[in-house]
Design a protein around this ligand. Structure first.
Ligand code: FAD
Length: 393
Protein backbone atom coordinates (compact mmCIF):
# COMPACT_ATOMS: atom_id res chain seq x y z
CA UNK A 1 0.00 0.00 0.00
CA UNK A 2 1.39 3.46 -0.85
CA UNK A 3 0.09 6.69 0.60
CA UNK A 4 1.06 10.37 0.51
CA UNK A 5 1.28 12.64 3.52
CA UNK A 6 2.32 16.22 4.14
CA UNK A 7 4.95 15.10 6.66
CA UNK A 8 6.22 11.74 7.91
CA UNK A 9 7.77 11.75 11.37
CA UNK A 10 10.04 8.77 12.08
CA UNK A 11 10.27 7.96 15.80
CA UNK A 12 7.73 8.68 18.54
CA UNK A 13 9.94 9.81 21.41
CA UNK A 14 9.45 13.35 22.80
CA UNK A 15 10.99 14.93 19.66
CA UNK A 16 8.81 13.08 17.15
CA UNK A 17 5.52 13.31 19.02
CA UNK A 18 6.03 17.04 19.64
CA UNK A 19 6.66 17.65 15.92
CA UNK A 20 3.60 15.52 15.02
CA UNK A 21 1.47 17.38 17.60
CA UNK A 22 2.39 20.84 16.26
CA UNK A 23 1.94 19.84 12.62
CA UNK A 24 -1.41 18.10 13.17
CA UNK A 25 -2.61 21.08 15.22
CA UNK A 26 -1.78 23.29 12.24
CA UNK A 27 -3.91 21.05 10.01
CA UNK A 28 -1.15 19.06 8.27
CA UNK A 29 -1.59 15.38 7.36
CA UNK A 30 1.02 13.68 9.50
CA UNK A 31 2.12 10.07 9.77
CA UNK A 32 4.05 9.25 12.97
CA UNK A 33 5.78 5.84 12.84
CA UNK A 34 7.74 3.97 15.47
CA UNK A 35 9.42 0.60 15.28
CA UNK A 36 8.38 -0.28 18.86
CA UNK A 37 4.96 -1.37 20.08
CA UNK A 38 3.67 1.33 22.48
CA UNK A 39 3.81 1.78 25.38
CA UNK A 40 7.55 1.11 25.13
CA UNK A 41 10.32 1.82 27.58
CA UNK A 42 13.65 3.44 26.75
CA UNK A 43 16.95 3.67 28.64
CA UNK A 44 16.53 7.02 30.41
CA UNK A 45 16.54 8.44 33.93
CA UNK A 46 13.09 9.87 33.23
CA UNK A 47 13.92 13.24 34.79
CA UNK A 48 12.28 16.12 32.92
CA UNK A 49 13.55 19.59 33.82
CA UNK A 50 10.96 22.31 34.37
CA UNK A 51 12.51 24.15 31.39
CA UNK A 52 11.38 21.20 29.23
CA UNK A 53 7.98 20.76 30.92
CA UNK A 54 7.21 24.43 30.22
CA UNK A 55 7.85 24.03 26.48
CA UNK A 56 4.76 21.85 26.10
CA UNK A 57 1.29 23.25 25.45
CA UNK A 58 -0.26 20.58 27.74
CA UNK A 59 0.33 19.46 31.33
CA UNK A 60 2.42 16.39 32.25
CA UNK A 61 0.67 16.01 35.62
CA UNK A 62 -0.95 12.72 34.54
CA UNK A 63 2.48 11.06 34.13
CA UNK A 64 4.38 12.82 36.92
CA UNK A 65 5.46 10.43 39.69
CA UNK A 66 7.30 12.98 41.79
CA UNK A 67 8.10 16.70 41.63
CA UNK A 68 11.56 17.66 42.81
CA UNK A 69 12.89 20.88 44.33
CA UNK A 70 16.02 19.53 46.10
CA UNK A 71 19.37 18.18 44.92
CA UNK A 72 21.56 16.01 47.10
CA UNK A 73 25.09 16.19 45.70
CA UNK A 74 27.79 13.71 46.60
CA UNK A 75 31.46 14.23 45.73
CA UNK A 76 33.63 11.26 44.79
CA UNK A 77 31.44 8.83 46.73
CA UNK A 78 32.31 10.55 50.02
CA UNK A 79 30.85 13.73 51.55
CA UNK A 80 27.55 15.20 50.41
CA UNK A 81 25.45 18.33 50.71
CA UNK A 82 21.84 19.17 49.94
CA UNK A 83 20.24 22.29 48.49
CA UNK A 84 16.58 23.15 48.27
CA UNK A 85 14.96 25.63 45.87
CA UNK A 86 11.68 27.44 46.51
CA UNK A 87 10.18 26.31 43.19
CA UNK A 88 10.03 22.91 41.42
CA UNK A 89 13.15 22.03 39.41
CA UNK A 90 12.16 18.80 37.67
CA UNK A 91 9.51 16.14 37.43
CA UNK A 92 10.23 12.44 37.59
CA UNK A 93 8.41 10.18 35.16
CA UNK A 94 8.87 6.86 33.39
CA UNK A 95 9.54 6.92 29.68
CA UNK A 96 6.98 4.19 28.96
CA UNK A 97 4.32 6.49 30.44
CA UNK A 98 5.63 9.85 29.19
CA UNK A 99 6.15 8.79 25.57
CA UNK A 100 2.79 7.00 25.29
CA UNK A 101 1.08 10.07 26.79
CA UNK A 102 2.78 12.43 24.32
CA UNK A 103 1.81 10.19 21.39
CA UNK A 104 -1.81 10.23 22.62
CA UNK A 105 -1.76 14.05 22.57
CA UNK A 106 -0.52 14.02 18.94
CA UNK A 107 -3.18 11.48 17.92
CA UNK A 108 -5.87 13.51 19.68
CA UNK A 109 -5.16 16.48 17.39
CA UNK A 110 -5.18 14.36 14.24
CA UNK A 111 -1.78 12.70 13.70
CA UNK A 112 -1.92 9.11 12.39
CA UNK A 113 0.23 6.80 14.55
CA UNK A 114 1.63 3.43 13.48
CA UNK A 115 3.58 1.65 16.18
CA UNK A 116 5.35 -1.68 15.66
CA UNK A 117 6.33 -0.27 12.24
CA UNK A 118 10.10 -0.13 11.72
CA UNK A 119 11.23 1.99 8.79
CA UNK A 120 13.39 -0.27 6.65
CA UNK A 121 14.28 1.89 3.64
CA UNK A 122 14.37 5.56 2.68
CA UNK A 123 14.74 7.17 -0.69
CA UNK A 124 14.37 10.94 -0.70
CA UNK A 125 11.11 11.49 1.15
CA UNK A 126 9.73 8.01 0.38
CA UNK A 127 9.82 5.43 3.15
CA UNK A 128 9.22 1.71 3.22
CA UNK A 129 8.03 0.01 6.38
CA UNK A 130 8.91 -3.52 7.51
CA UNK A 131 5.38 -4.74 6.62
CA UNK A 132 5.94 -3.72 2.99
CA UNK A 133 3.85 -0.52 3.09
CA UNK A 134 5.32 2.48 1.29
CA UNK A 135 4.68 6.11 2.20
CA UNK A 136 5.79 9.37 0.70
CA UNK A 137 5.62 12.94 1.95
CA UNK A 138 6.69 16.49 1.15
CA UNK A 139 8.95 16.46 4.20
CA UNK A 140 10.42 13.95 6.65
CA UNK A 141 11.28 14.65 10.29
CA UNK A 142 13.81 12.14 11.56
CA UNK A 143 13.27 11.73 15.30
CA UNK A 144 14.53 8.16 15.40
CA UNK A 145 16.96 8.55 18.27
CA UNK A 146 20.61 7.79 18.91
CA UNK A 147 20.91 4.80 16.57
CA UNK A 148 18.29 5.79 14.03
CA UNK A 149 18.05 4.52 10.48
CA UNK A 150 17.49 7.84 8.68
CA UNK A 151 20.96 9.28 9.35
CA UNK A 152 22.57 6.06 8.16
CA UNK A 153 20.32 5.72 5.10
CA UNK A 154 21.17 9.26 3.97
CA UNK A 155 24.90 8.52 4.34
CA UNK A 156 25.52 10.96 7.21
CA UNK A 157 28.34 10.16 9.66
CA UNK A 158 27.55 8.65 13.06
CA UNK A 159 27.47 11.14 15.92
CA UNK A 160 30.06 10.84 18.68
CA UNK A 161 28.73 10.55 22.17
CA UNK A 162 28.77 9.53 25.79
CA UNK A 163 27.64 6.25 27.35
CA UNK A 164 25.33 5.58 30.28
CA UNK A 165 24.02 2.63 32.28
CA UNK A 166 20.96 2.69 34.50
CA UNK A 167 18.82 0.33 36.57
CA UNK A 168 15.91 0.36 39.01
CA UNK A 169 15.90 -0.20 42.76
CA UNK A 170 12.63 -1.25 44.43
CA UNK A 171 12.11 1.42 47.12
CA UNK A 172 10.08 -0.73 49.45
CA UNK A 173 12.91 -3.26 49.74
CA UNK A 174 15.78 -0.76 49.99
CA UNK A 175 16.99 0.82 53.19
CA UNK A 176 17.69 3.95 51.12
CA UNK A 177 14.15 4.17 49.72
CA UNK A 178 12.89 6.67 52.32
CA UNK A 179 15.90 8.95 51.89
CA UNK A 180 14.82 9.77 48.36
CA UNK A 181 11.30 10.96 49.04
CA UNK A 182 11.94 14.58 48.03
CA UNK A 183 15.35 14.98 46.35
CA UNK A 184 17.32 13.75 43.37
CA UNK A 185 20.89 12.61 43.94
CA UNK A 186 23.90 13.56 41.84
CA UNK A 187 27.33 12.05 42.24
CA UNK A 188 30.11 14.23 40.85
CA UNK A 189 33.82 13.77 40.37
CA UNK A 190 34.07 9.97 40.02
CA UNK A 191 33.07 9.35 36.40
CA UNK A 192 35.34 10.87 33.73
CA UNK A 193 33.08 12.91 31.44
CA UNK A 194 29.89 12.20 33.37
CA UNK A 195 28.17 11.70 36.70
CA UNK A 196 25.90 9.42 38.71
CA UNK A 197 22.26 9.96 39.61
CA UNK A 198 19.43 8.71 41.81
CA UNK A 199 16.01 9.67 40.45
CA UNK A 200 13.08 8.75 42.73
CA UNK A 201 9.88 7.44 41.13
CA UNK A 202 6.63 6.14 42.64
CA UNK A 203 7.72 2.67 43.77
CA UNK A 204 11.38 2.65 42.75
CA UNK A 205 14.50 4.76 42.28
CA UNK A 206 16.33 4.93 38.99
CA UNK A 207 20.08 4.74 39.65
CA UNK A 208 22.54 5.43 36.83
CA UNK A 209 25.97 6.53 35.71
CA UNK A 210 27.34 8.01 32.51
CA UNK A 211 30.62 9.23 31.08
CA UNK A 212 33.09 9.26 28.16
CA UNK A 213 32.85 6.20 25.84
CA UNK A 214 36.10 4.88 27.31
CA UNK A 215 34.36 4.25 30.66
CA UNK A 216 31.86 1.80 29.06
CA UNK A 217 33.64 -1.39 30.25
CA UNK A 218 33.70 -0.12 33.85
CA UNK A 219 30.09 1.10 34.05
CA UNK A 220 28.52 -2.06 35.50
CA UNK A 221 31.06 -2.32 38.30
CA UNK A 222 30.98 1.43 39.00
CA UNK A 223 27.17 1.48 39.08
CA UNK A 224 27.13 -1.30 41.64
CA UNK A 225 29.64 0.61 43.82
CA UNK A 226 27.73 3.87 43.50
CA UNK A 227 24.41 2.18 44.36
CA UNK A 228 26.07 0.62 47.41
CA UNK A 229 27.39 4.01 48.49
CA UNK A 230 23.81 5.35 48.41
CA UNK A 231 22.68 2.40 50.60
CA UNK A 232 21.03 0.51 47.76
CA UNK A 233 21.97 -3.09 47.18
CA UNK A 234 24.00 -2.74 43.96
CA UNK A 235 23.45 -6.43 43.12
CA UNK A 236 19.68 -6.13 43.21
CA UNK A 237 19.23 -3.37 40.60
CA UNK A 238 16.77 -4.60 37.98
CA UNK A 239 16.24 -3.78 34.28
CA UNK A 240 19.88 -2.71 33.80
CA UNK A 241 20.23 -0.96 30.45
CA UNK A 242 23.14 0.76 28.74
CA UNK A 243 22.87 3.26 25.93
CA UNK A 244 24.70 5.82 23.83
CA UNK A 245 24.02 9.58 24.26
CA UNK A 246 24.69 11.30 20.93
CA UNK A 247 26.50 14.64 21.08
CA UNK A 248 26.74 16.80 17.98
CA UNK A 249 29.88 18.57 16.85
CA UNK A 250 29.22 22.20 15.87
CA UNK A 251 29.24 21.26 12.17
CA UNK A 252 27.20 18.01 12.34
CA UNK A 253 24.39 17.97 9.76
CA UNK A 254 20.91 18.91 10.98
CA UNK A 255 19.25 18.75 7.59
CA UNK A 256 19.47 16.82 4.36
CA UNK A 257 17.22 18.26 1.63
CA UNK A 258 13.61 17.77 2.74
CA UNK A 259 14.63 15.83 5.85
CA UNK A 260 15.28 17.46 9.24
CA UNK A 261 16.91 15.67 12.20
CA UNK A 262 15.61 16.41 15.69
CA UNK A 263 16.48 15.39 19.25
CA UNK A 264 18.95 12.53 19.62
CA UNK A 265 18.94 11.94 15.85
CA UNK A 266 20.57 15.39 15.61
CA UNK A 267 22.82 14.85 18.66
CA UNK A 268 21.15 17.60 20.70
CA UNK A 269 21.77 16.09 24.15
CA UNK A 270 23.23 18.66 26.56
CA UNK A 271 26.87 17.55 26.97
CA UNK A 272 27.09 18.90 30.52
CA UNK A 273 23.91 17.43 32.02
CA UNK A 274 23.16 14.54 29.63
CA UNK A 275 19.60 15.93 29.50
CA UNK A 276 18.05 15.40 26.07
CA UNK A 277 14.28 15.58 26.45
CA UNK A 278 14.16 19.40 26.45
CA UNK A 279 16.11 19.81 23.23
CA UNK A 280 14.18 16.93 21.62
CA UNK A 281 10.93 18.80 22.32
CA UNK A 282 12.27 22.20 21.25
CA UNK A 283 13.88 20.89 18.05
CA UNK A 284 10.64 19.02 17.26
CA UNK A 285 8.78 22.34 17.52
CA UNK A 286 11.33 24.17 15.34
CA UNK A 287 11.26 21.38 12.73
CA UNK A 288 7.45 21.51 12.67
CA UNK A 289 7.57 25.29 12.05
CA UNK A 290 9.95 24.81 9.13
CA UNK A 291 7.94 21.87 7.74
CA UNK A 292 4.80 24.04 7.72
CA UNK A 293 6.58 26.56 5.47
CA UNK A 294 7.83 23.76 3.27
CA UNK A 295 4.43 22.17 2.70
CA UNK A 296 2.88 25.62 2.14
CA UNK A 297 5.40 26.15 -0.69
CA UNK A 298 7.04 29.05 1.17
CA UNK A 299 10.40 27.25 1.22
CA UNK A 300 11.97 24.37 -0.65
CA UNK A 301 14.02 22.76 2.10
CA UNK A 302 14.73 22.77 5.84
CA UNK A 303 17.40 25.50 5.81
CA UNK A 304 15.25 27.69 8.10
CA UNK A 305 15.28 24.83 10.65
CA UNK A 306 19.08 24.66 10.41
CA UNK A 307 19.27 28.43 11.04
CA UNK A 308 16.86 28.20 13.98
CA UNK A 309 18.90 25.48 15.69
CA UNK A 310 22.11 27.39 15.03
CA UNK A 311 20.61 30.55 16.52
CA UNK A 312 18.84 29.04 19.52
CA UNK A 313 20.25 25.64 20.54
CA UNK A 314 23.81 25.48 19.21
CA UNK A 315 25.02 28.52 21.27
CA UNK A 316 23.73 26.76 24.40
CA UNK A 317 25.47 23.51 23.41
CA UNK A 318 28.69 25.45 22.77
CA UNK A 319 28.74 26.85 26.32
CA UNK A 320 27.69 23.47 27.74
CA UNK A 321 30.67 21.84 25.93
CA UNK A 322 32.98 24.43 27.49
CA UNK A 323 31.53 23.97 30.98
CA UNK A 324 31.70 20.21 30.60
CA UNK A 325 35.39 20.34 29.60
CA UNK A 326 36.29 22.73 32.44
CA UNK A 327 34.33 20.75 35.03
CA UNK A 328 35.88 17.42 34.13
CA UNK A 329 39.38 18.82 34.06
CA UNK A 330 39.09 19.61 37.79
CA UNK A 331 35.64 19.06 39.33
CA UNK A 332 36.48 20.01 42.94
CA UNK A 333 36.33 23.85 42.66
CA UNK A 334 33.01 23.73 40.80
CA UNK A 335 31.48 21.37 43.34
CA UNK A 336 32.66 23.73 46.09
CA UNK A 337 31.11 26.66 44.24
CA UNK A 338 27.81 24.81 44.00
CA UNK A 339 28.05 23.87 47.68
CA UNK A 340 29.02 27.25 49.11
CA UNK A 341 27.74 29.95 46.75
CA UNK A 342 24.04 30.83 46.92
CA UNK A 343 24.43 32.87 43.74
CA UNK A 344 25.87 29.89 41.84
CA UNK A 345 23.14 27.54 43.14
CA UNK A 346 20.44 30.08 42.21
CA UNK A 347 21.98 30.54 38.73
CA UNK A 348 21.94 26.72 38.30
CA UNK A 349 18.26 26.52 39.39
CA UNK A 350 17.24 29.35 37.08
CA UNK A 351 18.83 27.53 34.10
CA UNK A 352 17.14 24.25 35.09
CA UNK A 353 13.79 26.09 35.24
CA UNK A 354 14.34 27.78 31.85
CA UNK A 355 14.38 31.27 33.42
CA UNK A 356 17.98 31.76 32.33
CA UNK A 357 20.38 30.13 29.87
CA UNK A 358 24.01 29.00 29.76
CA UNK A 359 24.75 31.84 27.35
CA UNK A 360 23.30 34.54 29.61
CA UNK A 361 25.19 32.99 32.57
CA UNK A 362 28.38 33.17 30.52
CA UNK A 363 27.77 36.75 29.40
CA UNK A 364 27.47 37.80 33.07
CA UNK A 365 31.15 36.89 33.50
CA UNK A 366 32.03 40.17 31.75
CA UNK A 367 35.73 40.50 30.82
CA UNK A 368 36.51 37.21 32.63
CA UNK A 369 34.67 35.47 29.76
CA UNK A 370 37.77 35.79 27.55
CA UNK A 371 39.83 33.94 30.17
CA UNK A 372 37.17 31.26 30.50
CA UNK A 373 37.15 30.84 26.68
CA UNK A 374 40.92 30.23 26.66
CA UNK A 375 40.80 27.81 29.60
CA UNK A 376 37.82 25.99 28.09
CA UNK A 377 39.53 25.75 24.68
CA UNK A 378 42.52 24.16 26.35
CA UNK A 379 40.34 21.78 28.41
CA UNK A 380 38.27 20.80 25.33
CA UNK A 381 41.41 20.01 23.28
CA UNK A 382 42.81 18.01 26.17
CA UNK A 383 39.48 16.18 26.63
CA UNK A 384 39.35 15.31 22.90
CA UNK A 385 42.95 14.01 22.99
CA UNK A 386 42.18 11.88 26.06
CA UNK A 387 39.00 10.52 24.48
CA UNK A 388 40.80 9.74 21.20
CA UNK A 389 43.64 8.06 23.05
CA UNK A 390 41.25 6.05 25.21
CA UNK A 391 39.13 5.10 22.15
CA UNK A 392 42.28 3.96 20.38
CA UNK A 393 41.34 6.21 17.43
C1 FAD B 1 20.76 6.05 30.38
C2 FAD B 1 20.19 7.37 29.91
C3 FAD B 1 19.57 8.22 30.83
C4 FAD B 1 19.01 9.44 30.38
N1 FAD B 1 18.35 10.20 31.29
C5 FAD B 1 17.76 11.36 30.89
C6 FAD B 1 16.99 12.13 31.78
O1 FAD B 1 16.79 11.76 32.95
N2 FAD B 1 16.45 13.29 31.33
C7 FAD B 1 16.60 13.71 30.04
O2 FAD B 1 16.12 14.80 29.68
N3 FAD B 1 17.30 12.98 29.15
C8 FAD B 1 17.86 11.80 29.53
N4 FAD B 1 18.51 11.03 28.61
C9 FAD B 1 18.51 11.44 27.20
C10 FAD B 1 17.11 11.18 26.60
O3 FAD B 1 16.72 9.85 26.85
C11 FAD B 1 17.11 11.45 25.08
O4 FAD B 1 17.83 12.62 24.81
C12 FAD B 1 15.67 11.59 24.54
O5 FAD B 1 14.98 10.38 24.68
C13 FAD B 1 15.70 12.00 23.06
O6 FAD B 1 14.38 11.96 22.55
P1 FAD B 1 14.12 11.70 20.99
O7 FAD B 1 12.67 11.94 20.78
O8 FAD B 1 15.09 12.46 20.18
O9 FAD B 1 14.49 10.17 20.74
P2 FAD B 1 14.03 8.84 21.48
O10 FAD B 1 13.32 9.13 22.72
O11 FAD B 1 15.22 7.95 21.53
O12 FAD B 1 12.96 8.20 20.48
C14 FAD B 1 13.38 7.66 19.24
C15 FAD B 1 12.29 6.74 18.75
O13 FAD B 1 12.62 6.34 17.41
C16 FAD B 1 12.20 5.00 17.23
N5 FAD B 1 12.93 4.41 16.11
C17 FAD B 1 14.26 4.10 16.05
N6 FAD B 1 14.55 3.54 14.85
C18 FAD B 1 13.39 3.47 14.15
C19 FAD B 1 13.04 2.96 12.86
N7 FAD B 1 13.93 2.37 12.05
N8 FAD B 1 11.75 3.06 12.47
C20 FAD B 1 10.81 3.64 13.28
N9 FAD B 1 11.09 4.12 14.53
C21 FAD B 1 12.35 4.04 14.95
C22 FAD B 1 12.52 4.35 18.58
O14 FAD B 1 11.75 3.16 18.79
C23 FAD B 1 12.15 5.47 19.57
O15 FAD B 1 10.82 5.35 20.05
C24 FAD B 1 19.08 9.81 29.02
C25 FAD B 1 19.70 8.95 28.10
C26 FAD B 1 20.23 7.74 28.53
C27 FAD B 1 20.87 6.84 27.52
Amino acid sequence: MARSWDVIVVGAGPGGSTAAYDLATAGAEVLLVDRAEFPRDKPCGGGVLISAVNLLPYSLDAVTEQTIASFRVRYKRSWEFEHHYHEPLAIMTQRSRLDAFMVERAVEVGAEFRDGSPVRGIEGTSLSLANGDNHRADAVIAADGANGIVRRALGLPRLRGAVALEGNADRSRQTAGERWSDAVGLELGSMPGGYGWVFPKGDHCNVGLGGFPAVAPTLRDELSKYAGCESFDGGSLTELRGHHLPLRDPDSALVSGQTAFVGDAAGLVDPLSGEGIGNAIRSGQLAADAARDLIAGESTDFSSYQSAIEAEIEPELRVARQLQALFHQSPWPYVQLLRRSDRFWTAFCRIVRGESTYTSFQSRLGPAKALVDVAAGFAERRGRRTAAWQDGS
